[in-house]
Each structure stands twice: as structure tokens, then as C-alpha cells.
Ligand binder design. Structure first.
Ligand SMILES: *Cc1c(COP(=O)(O)O)cnc(C)c1O
Length: 258
């Protein structure tokens, strides 16, 4: 028993230290950008880590957590149902998982197609819960001059990452705004690995801000901009992100891809 407690204490100390370091990075980035610290919300991405870590994080003051796979997230969220947490779903979402995800997620950040909007709306109405939605933008799918070969490569490269091309954002925004039970909260992106923004995180996040401004022209309340992860949260804060999604820098390097 003493051994178990010691292990928990070690983990708590480790998480507290990591959180403090991430907090300092966010504060520094806000200061540098002339932004108030409270303009940026930390979301801790707990994928692949156990419910016990989520519990420690909640005790350490974390209020937003994110997961990307329903089969891992659903039991974890159930175990942590007593905690004052908002769960964000940030992974590719198949419509057959919508019922489960809508059971614990407050915000789905990976809305990228009309079919998903229909399924999420149906579930929100059925359960009487409002669901926040972010449009996931695939910046590697930006329309540009180029041949078919390049296009095929782009589609392949983002096949497992999801997202709608920037020119599809307005229509998807209208669909979400018109859907019963859904609330259009804003946009999300993952820095692209291919295409014109590959390796240019700051430029990618600045492009996301433009897309956000265009969306807000018609939907002023859709002011969430979710961008930036462990490696590039400073760029996201500099560009104007309101939410950063940090996994590794808080919890450690994941034991497997997730
Ligand atoms: C895993 C993940 C993150 C966190 O990535 P880290 O590099 O571990 O900080 C953020 N966003 C999404 C969509 C993710 O899948």
C-alpha cells in the first residue's frame, strides 16, 4: 500500500512539474504576443494515459482534457465522471461512434463533414444535451495550382488526420449553426505535415486565424481557435489561438502512437 502511494506521489509530482513548465511556456508566449494569459486555455490531451492520470490532473487544477479514440476515451470518461472536467474529442470520428462520444464529450473538435453534423445533431437532440462543435480545417488540403499527382499525395497524407479543406468551412459552418442541439464554437487545426504549410507552423496558424475571422463574420460567437500542441504551442499563441492541446509535454512521451 505504501509502495502504491509512493508511486502515485511520484506521478503527481511529475505531472505538477510538467504542468508548471507548460504553464510557463504559455505565459511567456502570451507576454511576448501582448496577450492576456486568460485568453488561452490549456487542454491536456490524455490519450493513451490512464484514468488515474486524469484524476491527478483534475486535482492539479486541469479543467479541460482531450481524447482521440472513443474506445479508450469512453471507459476513462466514465471512471472520471465525478470530476469537474470538460472532455474534448479531437480524433477522427466515425458516425457509428457518435452515440458514445456524445455521451461524455462537451466539445467535438474534429467536425469535418456534413454527415457527421447530422449524426451529432440527432444524438444531441435525443439526449437533450447541447454539443459544442469545432470545424477541423485541413490546411494541407488548401486549393492551389498544381497537378493531380500533388492532389492525390495531399489526400493520402492527411487520410488519417481528417479535416475539411478551407473552402469547405463556410458551408460546414452553416450546417452546424442550423443543426438542432449543436453549437458552432469555432475552428481547429493540426499543423500540416505536407503541402504549402509543412514545417511552417506559425504561417499555418495565421492562416487558421484568417479562416476563423471569415467564419466569425457570420457567426460572431464561434470564437474558439484550437491550435498548437507540445512542439508548437508558442506559434499558436503568437498567431492568436484561444486553446492549445498539449499531450506529451504534460504526460510524457506516449508509449505508442495515439
Ligand atoms: C495527440 C494530439 C495532440 C497533442 O499532441 P502532443 O504533441 O502530444 O502535445 C493535440 N491534438 C491532437 C488532435 C492530437 O491527436
Amino acid at each position: 500500500m505504501a509502495g502504491r502511494l509512493a508511486v502515485t506521489d511520484d506521478r503527481r509530482t511529475q505531472l505538477a512539474d510538467n504542468l508548471a513548465r507548460v504553464e510557463e511556456r504559455i505565459s511567456d508566449a502570451c507576454a511576448k504576443a501582448g496577450r492576456a494569459r486568460d485568453e488561452v486555455t490549456l487542454i491536456v490531451v490524455t490519450k493513451t494515459y490512464p484514468a488515474s492520470d486524469v484524476r491527478l490532473l483534475a486535482e492539479l487544477g486541469v479543467r479541460h482534457v482531450a481524447e482521440n479514440r472513443d474506445q479508450d476515451a469512453a471507459p476513462k470518461a466514465a471512471e472520471c465522471a465525478d470530476l469537474p472536467l470538460t472532455w474534448h474529442f479531437v480524433g477522427q470520428l466515425q458516425t457509428n461512434k457518435v452515440r458514445s462520444v456524445a455521451g461524455y464529450a462537451g466539445i467535438v473538435q474534429s467536425v469535418d463533414r456534413a454527415k457527421l453534423v447530422t449524426a451529432l445533431s440527432r444524438e444531441a437532440v435525443r439526449t437533450g444535451r447541447e454539443l459544442g462543435c469545432l470545424i477541423q480545417v485541413a490546411l494541407d488540403a488548401e486549393a492551389e495550382a498544381g497537378g493531380n499527382a500533388g492532389n492525390t499525395a495531399r489526400v493520402a497524407a492527411r487520410a488519417d488526420r481528417g479535416g475539411v479543406a478551407p473552402d469547405g468551412v463556410p458551408a460546414l459552418g452553416e450546417a452546424i449553426a442550423a443543426a438542432q442541439g449543436l453549437r458552432l464554437d469555432g475552428v481547429m487545426t493540426v499543423a500540416p505535415l505536407s503541402g504549402p504549410y509543412a514545417g511552417r507552423q506559425l504561417a499555418a496558424f495565421e492562416r487558421l486565424m484568417e479562416i476563423s475571422s471569415d467564419l466569425r463574420a457570420n457567426h460572431p460567437a464561434a470564437n474558439m481557435v484550437s491550435a498548437g500542441m507540445s512542439a508548437d504551442l508558442e506559434d499558436a499563441v503568437a498567431a492568436g489561438a484561444t486553446h492549445v492541446r498539449v499531450g506529451t509535454a504534460v504526460l510524457g512521451v506516449r508509449p505508442r502512437l495515439g
